[in-house]
Design a protein around this ligand. Sequence first.
Ligand SMILES: C[S@@+](CC[C@H](N)C(=O)[O-])C[C@H]1O[C@@H](n2cnc3c(N)ncnc32)[C@H](O)[C@@H]1O
Length: 368
Amino acid sequence: MQPDMLDSAAGQFALLRPGANPRQSLRAWDAADEYLISHIQDAYKNKPITVFNDHFGALGTALNHQVKYWITDSYCALQSLELNQKKNNLVSELTVVSPLDQWSSNATLGVMKLPKNLSYLHFLLQGCFKSNISTVLIAGMMKHLPKNILSFLQRFGTVERFPFKKKATIYKLTLENVERSAYPKSNILRNIKLISHANVFGRDKLDPGAEFLLDNITALPSANSVADLCCGSGILGLQYAKAYANQNDELHLDFFDESFMAMRSAELSWVKNNINGHANFYWEDGISNKHQGYDLIICNPPFHEEHTVGDHIAKRLFNDAKQHLNKNGKLIIVGNRHLGYHVTLKSYFKHVTQIAANGKFVLLSAHA
Ligand SMILES: C[S@@+](CC[C@H](N)C(=O)[O-])C[C@H]1O[C@@H](n2cnc3c(N)ncnc32)[C@H](O)[C@@H]1O
């Protein structure tokens, strides 16, 4: 992995973007990060800050001396921050906090990359308000701004928008009034009670890919040790456990997600459903080496990382799954037909078979 040089108002930093395929020209920052760094150097030099949603640790690295709290839902973002701080020989005093923890801000300045989903933005602004962060700088690229972003932010206070630079902008929000977020939220989907935190995939409705897998749940093999990889709020693992736990006292499920909110949502959902069997919940990038093998891994893989679409994450996950299957273990995935996962899986597994398909989705089983 080769670093790129960020030449910023706060200095030069060699930044890595872990997980990107070497053939993809993906960097660990964008013009919105550069804008935030330069504005903070000009207007808030040395002011203690709380950073939110820093995808690859560019802000945490370049503004290292000012960052007191670094709030992340993403395990991959945390790994990137640690890697980039090390790469730049920085000794960090920042405290890493999940968005579900209480953080006491000591009246820091809030500095945020615009989240993709507005429910999560609302949740974070509620957290800022509770912890005495009165000013939040929110930066994003023009192409990623929701149409209603200005009126959305105005619900929470006074907003000033800075001029676009390199197609990026900053909103300065002075928080005055933050209504309660609707999250965590309870839903019942296909007879499963789901609790979903604000940044969880499929928090309001069932993903059509997940639905296709659930339509075919009885075609999955019975297994003792099962992983729900990329679990979201846990719908796939929960439905599997519901279908198979009564036939199998030994059933043990591990749920994995790189989103802290997803991992916690799956845990809350598991408790709500009183299902037989044992379960553990892990906040990880894929499946780490500390885990033993599984008889079955089920997965509805992501095909984008924030705004970047691609199969680079799915490939990493397939490789992880391969390392964590027992001798006769199977990986079962659901995916959009057009993503061509049957071909991708073939580079990791000897046997790939189609369990079911419709016009849009395929359900594939892979084993060594
Ligand atoms: C398509 S959603 C599937 C969620 C749920 N299983 C469903 O079917 O509704 C993909 C999930 O993968 C998670 N994810 C993305 N990258 C990951 C990684 N490197 N390791 C673990 N989980 C990841 C996302 O947070 C998201 O919850």
